[in-house]
Ligand binder design. Structure first.
Ligand SMILES: Cc1cc2nc3c(=O)[nH]c(=O)nc-3n(C[C@H](O)[C@H](O)[C@H](O)COP(=O)(O)OP(=O)(O)OC[C@H]3O[C@@H](n4cnc5c(N)ncnc54)[C@H](O)[C@@H]3O)c2cc1C
Length: 135
């Protein structure tokens, strides 16, 4: 997956620069912050760089800041269970929970609730919740 969000919003990168976001699926198992962590991050990033080079051939000469995240990064900074991109509920197991909770006036939104994972869905969960409050 490759996205360049600064194409749509120039404020997301310094002037005359872009931010490129590339990611793949990576198992949580086997990742630990040990002496090999930095080297493993570099190694696991190489397929992403190879994919990026197909659309930006001279990428290696143009990178001014590189940030490599891992499942441990997501787990640490986002408090994601095992660093996942978002919770998964199989279709046959039902829907994500709605915004209501058992506690009066306490609501929940975000990608752990209906309609599910992703920025648009997380935003939609807030809209659904707000509409519930209006009623
Ligand atoms: C690498 C990656 C790529 C992705 N790519 C895409 C994509 O291309 N398109 C897309 O639509 N979605 C993508 N997603 C999914 C998307 O980012 C999430 O579904 C969405 O951001 C979820 O929004 P949220 O507000 O529910 O949770 P989050 O964005 O996770 O926000 C929760 C916030 O709460 C904070 N927090 C947690 N616990 C506490 C606490 N106890 N106290 C205070 N703060 C706390 C966290 O630090 C975090 O800032 C991607 C996710 C990842 C990790």
């Amino acid at each position: 997956m490759i996205s360049i969000p600064s194409v749509w919003d120039a404020n997301l990168a310094p002037r005359d620069h872009h931010v490129v976001h590339a990611y793949s699926l990576e198992p949580f198992q086997g990742w630990q912050r040990d002496d090999h962590y930095a080297a493993k991050k570099q190694a696991r990033a190489q397929p992403l760089y190879q994919a990026l080079a197909k659309v930006i051939p001279d990428l290696g000469e143009r990178v001014v800041l590189e940030l490599i995240g891992t499942p441990l990064t997501h787990a640490h900074y986002l408090r994601r269970h095992q660093g996942t991109y978002g919770p998964a509920i199989a279709a046959e197991q039902g829907l994500f929970p709605h915004c209501h909770t058992a506690i009066a006036n306490l609501y929940r939104v975000g990608d752990s609730t209906l309609p599910g994972i992703g920025v648009p869905a997380a935003a939609a969960s807030g809209i659904l919740c707000a509409n519930t409050l209006k009623n």
